[in-house]
Design a protein around this ligand. Structure first.
Ligand code: ARG
Length: 578
């Protein structure tokens, strides 16, 4: 969303340029995009660099800046909102204390939870395919990225008015289920699995692989059992349903901790009966080629290896299911965008089948978006690694929750019972999510749990604690009947805080446009830094006079509202007491 103050400034600059340099055609929108926040605050709050017009106008940047500033002054377009000065090739704007405190702040307060929201998505539908763990396999830290980046992308779209469909495209189909069925019949114990959950299923799966190395006939049996499953064998279907149920029950715990709900749980199995039509279409279009008995789409023309559609025994593959799923989603949801969030390791897979869908002639091929992310490793703390040598999300969360619980006991002994355990869960899980979403998604990250949990660092606990601090001020303000209001700024702490508040919509837009929640995470850290500086340096409830107290309560309320929205957008909960 555009900020109010930049809009005012870019309109004024555009008008002044038209006057000063009639030959130059530049729109207010272009000006808006080139406005900067100077790193050195003594330069002003916002600046307009003139360098890029120098060539066209055959005029030195400082002269352009002087001319623009003069025209703005003489037109009076910014009167009451901002003063103008020139420094080298920059026009610098210092927003007036009355405008910031008397107009922007009341606007932010009035908008409440809607502040920063845009309406760009109205009437548009976005499908987001994320999380999507593989049934009967561990939900491990490799899934943290797709789960929280995916959910944040969904929340950002919702915030901006899109109709969103979040899909958990469960990996619930494929030959591994044949293996599971064989393993269960040979060595499985129903009660043990009911009690032990996914761990037990994984143990069976691992055992299958060990045994199959010695006895390769097991693989043939597994294929046979999967074939029976595909052709509707009742007993195998029952077992498969049960494996799925056991897995879902466990995923449910993690999703609840993260506050994630899906609109659809249609996993890979859902497309079993929808694949033959697509295979037929590929054949009709002459796109299928036989390669060693397998059916493929040759993509050498596009510098990619072939996309595998059918194995030589006729069974379908991961891309086949993705193609059928995309067609189903296009027909069911009429999406404007269909977003897939997976590790960068799957980039080729998506590039391949996106191309296949284009070759098939589907008009929506260019509405498919793959959002990749980097790998995660864990340092600092040794987590018990279970079968398969992976770190489970639930173990990581449990460890964070336990550590936070100890810290909270120390910090706030009055918090107890359910309130304490809910808060510890929210802060512990939030710490992991925040840490993960602090760096750009494509970067590989190495997790350090103690860094993530440090209440004094640039962390989730620190941000959540800052939000709780705003709530505490608001509770006291209410008790003392000091209500929030606009006013006029008196110092740099207040100025800096409102300016940062005014940028929230921009952080949301950047995150949305680039599928990059870290823009919001970093914005939260800026806002927390500004709020905490203000909190320490400016007495709020004990301010010298009532007007100042009300104004500072207004600033606190606005900071609290924006923090709450921002934290929620990156999947964090917002406890009011920590
Ligand atoms: N189940 C897959 C995995 O864990 C991710 C699925 C992503 N979505 C998709 N439509 N292919 O690797």
């Amino acid at each position: 969303m555009k900020t109010r103050i930049k809009t005012v400034i870019s309109d004024a600059v555009a008008a002044s340029i038209v006057e000063a340099f009639p030959a130059l055609s530049v729109t207010a929108d272009e000006i808006y995009k080139s406005l900067e926040y100077p790193p050195d605050k003594s330069m002003g709050d916002i600046s307009f660099p003139c360098f890029k017009f120098s060539r066209t106008l055959r005029c030195a940047p400082n002269k352009i800046a002087a001319a623009v500033s003069e025209k703005i002054e003489s037109s009076g377009a910014l009167d009451g909102t901002s003063s103008v000065s020139v420094a080298g090739g920059y026009v610098n704007f210092t927003i007036s204390a009355d405008f910031l405190g008397g107009e922007l702040l009341p606007e932010i307060l009035a908008a409440g939870a809607d502040y920063g929201r845009s309406r760009e998505g109205e009437g548009k539908t976005v499908v987001i395919d994320y999380s999507s763990p593989n049934v009967a396999k561990p939900f491990h830290i490799g899934h943290l990225g797709t789960t929280v980046i995916g959910h944040s992308i969904k929340l950002l779209h919702q915030f901006c008015g899109y109709n969103c469909v979040g899909i958990n495209h469960l990996g619930d189909w494929g030959t591994q289920f044949g293996k599971m069925i064989v393993a269960y019949r040979l060595w499985g114990d129903r009660e043990k699995i009911e009690a032990g959950g996914i761990d037990e299923l994984v143990a069976l799966y691992v055992k299958f692989h060990e045994e199959a190395e010695r006895d390769p006939s097991l693989d043939a049996r597994a294929r046979e059992e999967f074939h029976k499953l595909e052709t509707g064998d009742a007993e195998n279907l029952e077992l498969w349903q049960w494996f799925k149920g056991v897995s879902l029950k466990e995923y449910g715990v993690t999703y609840r901790q993260l506050g994630i709900e899906f609109d659809s749980w249609n996993g890979e199995s859902f497309y079993t009966d929808k694949m033959p039509a697509e295979v037929e279409k590929l054949r009709e279009k002459g796109l299928l080629k036989l390669d060693d008995g397998a059916s493929i789409v040759d993509l050498s023309e596009y510098n990619m290896p072939p996309c595998l559609i059918l194995k030589s025994d006729g069974s379908t593959l991961y891309p086949t299911r993705d193609i059928a799923a995309a067609v189903y989603r296009a027909e069911t949801y009429h999406f404007d965008k269909c977003i897939y969030v997976t590790s960068a390791g799957q980039s080729l897979h998506f590039a391949q089948w996106f191309r296949v869908v284009e070759l098939m002639g589907y008009p929506w091929y260019d509405r498919l978006v793959h959002v990749p992310y980097g790998t995660v490793s864990i340092g600092g703390e040794k987590l018990a690694t279970r079968t398969g040598n992976v770190i489970l999300l639930k173990d990581l969360f449990a460890l964070a929750i336990e550590k936070v619980s100890d810290i909270i006991t120390e910090k706030n002994p009055s918090l107890s019972g359910e309130e304490k355990s809910e808060t510890a869960e929210a802060v512990g899980v939030g710490a992991i999510v925040f840490y993960y979403l602090s760096s750009g998604r494509i970067r590989d990250i190495n997790f350090n749990i103690d860094d993530a949990l440090n209440f004094e660092g640039n962390t989730g606990p620190y941000a959540m604690y800052t939000y709780a601090r705003t709530c505490s001020v608001m509770r006291k303000a209410e008790a003392e009947e000091i209500s929030p209001s606009g006013g006029s700024i008196e110092n740099d702490e207040e100025r800096s805080l409102i300016l940062t508040l005014s940028r929230f919509g921009e952080a949301v837009s950047a995150a949305l446009d680039e599928y990059e929640p870290s823009h919001v995470t970093r914005y939260i850290l800026d806002l927390c830094a500004d709020f905490n500086r203000f909190y320490h340096d400016c007495p709020i409830l004990t301010a010298d006079d009532e007007k100042t107290a009300s104004f500072r309560v207004g600033l606190t309320a606005a900071a609290g509202n924006v923090l709450k929205s921002a934290l929620s957008l990156i999947c964090l909960k917002t406890p009011e007491k920590i």
